[in-house]
Design a protein around this ligand. Structure first.
Ligand SMILES: Cc1cc2nc3c(=O)[nH]c(=O)nc-3n(C[C@H](O)[C@H](O)[C@H](O)COP(=O)(O)OP(=O)(O)OC[C@H]3O[C@@H](n4cnc5c(N)ncnc54)[C@H](O)[C@@H]3O)c2cc1C
Length: 387
């Protein structure tokens, strides 16, 4: 007998937002995670919403997410520290100026009100920017939130509605019979539901392989750090063209992440390895280049996160016809910002089989015929780096 209508595999933000929306719609939802709630990419992210202006396939979903972020504290009943003061890409060299110009041209595909601003205007937005600042690209509509608060808010709001989260329980496979989903096989036994939603990051690929699906995600490790607090000085999201993102938290800490990124393998039973001191030192060097005042701070914490990047770096939202009842979502490196909208789309697809969310161009169909060795071809196989 099914105790649940929907089983969600993975308690990151894609899983939790889907679970929250499905439970809110009246379904009985169980979330199962290999580890602790939102312990992987979702709570380790920087916390930016990207409007995906260079991508007409994704921009409508990002705009939907933008509207939802605005009311999310009220919706969930817990603080997320969302702030929407825009985002600033900053160039510090001639080469980076060229990249800034290329980014500007790419963003013109969407009408989100971007503008190139000079160094003085950049410093009005972020007073601690270095004297080497050359120019910036400013978008007023992006925002950021605290990833740990957001993860907590979704988990608590879901549980407040009666939703159940089971931790420390790896899912090994999806059970399907006669073309229909029946549940999942876990480390502690089988769990049953007619709908199974896979939100297990890079491990989605392993869970889909038995169904003959080449799921186009690769897992990548990304380093991050947070300094001791400075007086609050800026609220826009900083993106340096030196490969570093730095937001200032509500308490004044500088929270940074950046490349290079290392491609890794994931498995069901073990947490992916995370620390990487030499790369963190490199992040610190670039942070001081951008914000010289950071030299007076100390590192409070450093960590790494493993996220899944899809082959075309766009979100995947897919409902399978065979087996019926199986769905999958992948965040493509910007799932944090998109999560309020992805949750609604996935819950609709799981419960009603359709959604009015703009996800038509985000299904797996775009990867038909993908070769199983696509990662090797793209040099995204475990052990290699990119920036
Ligand atoms: C350092 C860093 C910075 C980032 N910055 C941003 C940003 O600024 N903006 C943005 O939009 N995105 C950002 N991202 C990306 C974003 O974090 C991800 O796109 C998003 O969190 C993906 O959510 P998820 O729920 O799919 O994955 P996750 O949060 O990784 O959750 C997947 C869950 O599945 C569980 N799981 C895996 N295998 C199994 C299994 N076999 N059985 C059961 N459970 C399993 C894992 O334990 C995990 O809890 C960043 C990521 C990192 C690492």
């Amino acid at each position: 007998m099914n105790n649940y209508d929907v089983i969600v595999v993975g308690s990151g933000l894609l899983g939790l937002s889907t679970a929250y929306q499905a439970q809110k719609a009246g379904a009985r939802v169980l979330v199962v995670d290999r580890g602790a709630v939102a312990y992987e990419a979702s709570s380790r992210a920087t916390g930016y919403l990207s409007l995906r202006a260079d991508d007409p396939d994704e921009a409508p979903l990002a705009e939907m997410a933008e509207k939802l972020w605005d009311g999310l504290d009220e919706e969930l009943g817990y603080p997320t520290e969302w702030t929407q003061k825009g985002r600033l890409w900053v160039a510090f060299s001639d080469k980076q100026l060229e990249e800034l110009d290329a980014t500007y041209k790419a963003f013109q595909r969407a009408d989100f009100g971007f503008e190139i601003i000079d160094a003085d205007a950049c410093r009005k937005l972020i007073p601690i920017l270095s004297d080497e600042t050359r120019a910036g690209l400013y978008t007023p509509r992006s925002g950021h939130a605290n990833p740990q608060r957001v993860s907590q808010a979704y988990a608590w709001a879901f549980q407040d509605l009666g939703g159940v989260i089971v931790e420390n329980t790896p899912v090994y496979s999806v059970i399907a019979e006669a073309g229909k989903v029946k549940g999942v096989k876990t480390a502690t036994g089988e769990l049953y539901a007619d709908r199974v939603v896979l939100c297990a990051g890079g491990y989605n690929a392993n869970l889909l392989e038995p169904f003959g699906v080449v799921f186009p995600v690769a897992s990548v490790r990304l380093e991050a750090l947070v300094t001791t607090p400075l007086p609050p000085m800026y609220e826009v999201g900083f993106i340096g063209l030196n490969g570093l993102s730095i937001r200032q938290t509500k308490r004044g800490n500088l929270h940074a992440n950046g490349g290079p990124h290392e491609w890794v393998d994931v498995d069901a039973d073990h947490e992916p390895a995370k620390p990487n001191t030499p790369i963190v030192r490199n992040l610190v060097r670039r942070m001081i280049e951008a914000f010289p005042v950071a030299k007076g701070t100390q590192l409070l914490r450093t960590w790494a996160g493993v996220l899944d990047i899809t082959r075309d770096q766009k979100t995947i939202i897919h409902r399978f016809d065979h087996p019926e009842g199986l769905l999958v979502a992948a965040g493509a490196g910007h799932g944090f910002g998109m999560c309020p909208a992805i949750g609604i789309a996935m819950a609709d697809l799981a419960l009603k089989g359709e959604t009015s969310a703009p996800v038509d161009r985000l299904s797996l169909d775009r990867f038909a015929g993908l070769s199983p060795d696509w990662k090797v071809q793209k040099k995204w196989d475990a052990g290699s780096y990119n920036t």
